[in-house]
Structures are given as structure tokens and as C-alpha cells.
Design a protein around this ligand. Sequence first.
Ligand code: THU
Length: 160
Amino acid sequence: MKEIKKETVLYIYESLDTLPKATINLMEHAVEARKKAYAPYSKFQVGAALLLDNNEIVIGNNQENASYPSGLCAERTAVFYAGSQYPNAKILQIAISAASLNKQTDKPIPPCGACRQAISEYELKQESPIEIFFMGEIGNVAKSNSLSNLLPFIFDKSEL
Ligand code: THU
């Protein structure tokens, strides 16, 4: 038996205004996207904004469905749109904003496991890290320097 240890790191910023201007701008796009989410069932709204290397910002939000599993998270809505619209662009950064309509969301909400897997596909494809910033409605902002940091033991195409 041997042990495989991987270290992952998250950086926590006190508030959004301590981040660089470009990141604040990206998070503001995520907030605007969040406000347009279609989440009548969970009342949990999520917005994602992607900064691409062609300077485009692509947004997405969660889209729910009466048949619950048919809905899609904000992050995947955004990355699939970016992948379909700009297939050759690299994703530099993703900002995620999440808020419940039932209570104030005051801590960073990370992307779910399925979204991490979906984002990892693009990070591997583009061969460069994607910075991920996530937050609730208010409060701290968390930053991961890459997706692999959030999903250390990844399933990828090398297994196929
Ligand atoms: N949701 C996202 O949009 N992103 C995540 O990473 C976590 C969950 C959405 C899915 C569903 O519409 C609602 O939040 C509650 O799970």
C-alpha cells in the first residue's frame, strides 16, 4: 500500500472590492447573470461569467425544470455556451455568484462536482489553468488557481 497525497489551496479574499478591477467586473457579470437565473424550484440562483482569451465575457445561469434532473447548473450553461460559440478560445477566469431567495448566502459557494468535471474538460483541452472565483451574495470571495485544484483525482480522456 502506498499513499498518494495531493495538496489543494484556496485563497480567501475578505470582500469583492479587494480583488483586481477586471475580476470585480467579471463577478459583476456573474451577479447580473444570477439575477436572471430560472430557479423556481430551488429558489437558489447561480450566475457564472467566463473571461475568454479573446476578451469576450460569456455568462450563464442555472436553468431548472419541472423534471428536476433535466435542469442545468450555471457553470455548465456558461462553459457549454462558450465551447459552442468560441470553440478555439481559452477560458482564463470563471466568476460564480450564488444566492438563495430564502436566506442570505454569505459564504462562497463552490461549483458542484458535475460542473467541476465539465470545466476540467476545457482546462485539459486548452492546456492552461482556469482561475475560479466564487462567492455568495455577500462576504468572502474564494479563489482557486485552477480547476484541478478543486478536483484533484480527475477522470480524463486518458482513461478511455
Ligand atoms: N447550482 C448551480 O447552478 N451551480 C452549482 O454549482 C451548484 C448548484 C444550481 C442547480 C440548481 O438549479 C440549484 O443550484 C440548486 O441546486
